[in-house]
Design a protein around this ligand. Structure first.
Ligand SMILES: [Zn+2]
Ligand SMILES: [Zn+2]
Length: 317
């Protein structure tokens, strides 16, 4: 549906308006949820609402919001059943406009540090975790400029600049934990069973351009980049499989792989031709599938075991 060019919405009515309001209030919709809203508005059973009815409702809503610079896009969940999700988004968002409109400047700054942790610190060529556990989320509670000896340089692309950075204060651990749980409740973050926080499908849709602009280098397209895309669906991979050749940049979602291999003659990386073993992971499994993690877990839970690779020695298989 990303291809069509919207004509002006014709016959826009109260049902269309109410559907859009319900959608905006939730931020995201699954097909079943969308049908439920349409059924309620029309006073029919959800089973009487067809996929085409839902597609029409989305199409009309999209036409209505487009002049306001908003959009409705859809993506599949990267994990589990791969369910498709529609999100109401501002495609020109950065973390301040998306996740942070009702946050304090200290919280906004924290969210940016959290994203840096996800996409830089814990996302290295060796370990593409792109997720943080609670311990890692707490580790960035303090801005780097808050200590007297500050070896870090402020990010050059931080539009707040250095003057405000000096005024940013650390969040207390209790504040970090409550911020994380509201970001989960609002659908910006997801928390896995193992306790790892990741960006939700909605955040990935909304922040797509910002993530690429912030964490990738447009001049080294062929090299390893922080943000990579699924060979099959072309969307961002924060949880999936990677080519077992360490320097190769090919990634695949678990939910995309069956369809993908059906279109290939052999189960080999399309770029470097290494046999695809399906056991090299992006996401929390980059940690949890490691033998060291499994051993440690047998004795005690080791959620604080997320390390981006900078101090992770001696456990490589
Ligand atoms: Zn995919
Ligand atoms: Zn490869």
């Amino acid at each position: 549906m990303d291809d069509w060019q919207p004509p002006l919405p014709a016959g826009y009515n109260d049902h269309n308006r109410a559907f859009l309001q319900a959608f905006m209030a939730r931020g995201t919709l699954t097909l079943a949820e969308g049908k439920g809203i349409i059924a309620a508005l029309q006073g029919v059973n959800p089973s009487d609402v067809t996929n085409q009815d839902f597609a029409n409702a989305i199409k009309t809503a999209r036409e209505a919001v487009e002049p306001l610079d908003y959009d409705i896009r859809n993506t599949r969940r990267q994990t589990g059943n791969g369910e498709r999700i529609w999100a109401f988004i501002n495609a020109h968002s950065d973390p301040t406009t998306a996740l942070a409109t009702i946050r304090s400047p200290d919280e906004v700054a924290y969210i940016k540090r959290l994203l840096d942790a996800m996409f830089e610190t814990y996302n290295t060529p060796r370990m593409e975790v792109m997720a943080v556990g609670e311990a890692e989320a707490l580790k960035v509670s303090r801005p780097p400029g808050n200590r007297e000896s500050n070896a870090h340089t402020q990010r050059a692309d931080n539009d707040e600049g250095g003057s405000q950075a000096a005024a940013i204060r650390a969040l207390k651990h209790s504040e970090v934990l409550s911020l994380l749980s509201s970001l989960v409740a609002e659908g910006w973050l997801e928390k896995s069973q193992e306790g790892y926080y990741t960006l939700s499908p909605r955040s990935l849709l909304e922040l797509w351009s910002w993530l690429v602009a912030t964490y990738n280098d447009p001049d080294s397209e062929d090299e390893w980049q922080h943000i990579k895309f699924c060979e099959s669906c072309k969307e961002i991979v924060t949880d999936g499989q990677r080519c077992s050749e360490a320097t190769c940049t090919i990634r695949l979602h678990d939910v995309c792989e069956d369809g993908y291999w059906r279109t290939q003659q052999e189960r080999k990386c399309p770029k470097c031709k290494t046999p695809w073993d399906g056991s090299h992971f992006v996401g929390e499994r980059a940690i949890t599938s490691r033998s060291g993690f499994q051993r440690g877990r047998a004795g005690r839970r080791r959620q604080s075991n997320v390390r981006g690779g900078e101090d992770e020695d001696g456990e490589e298989e």
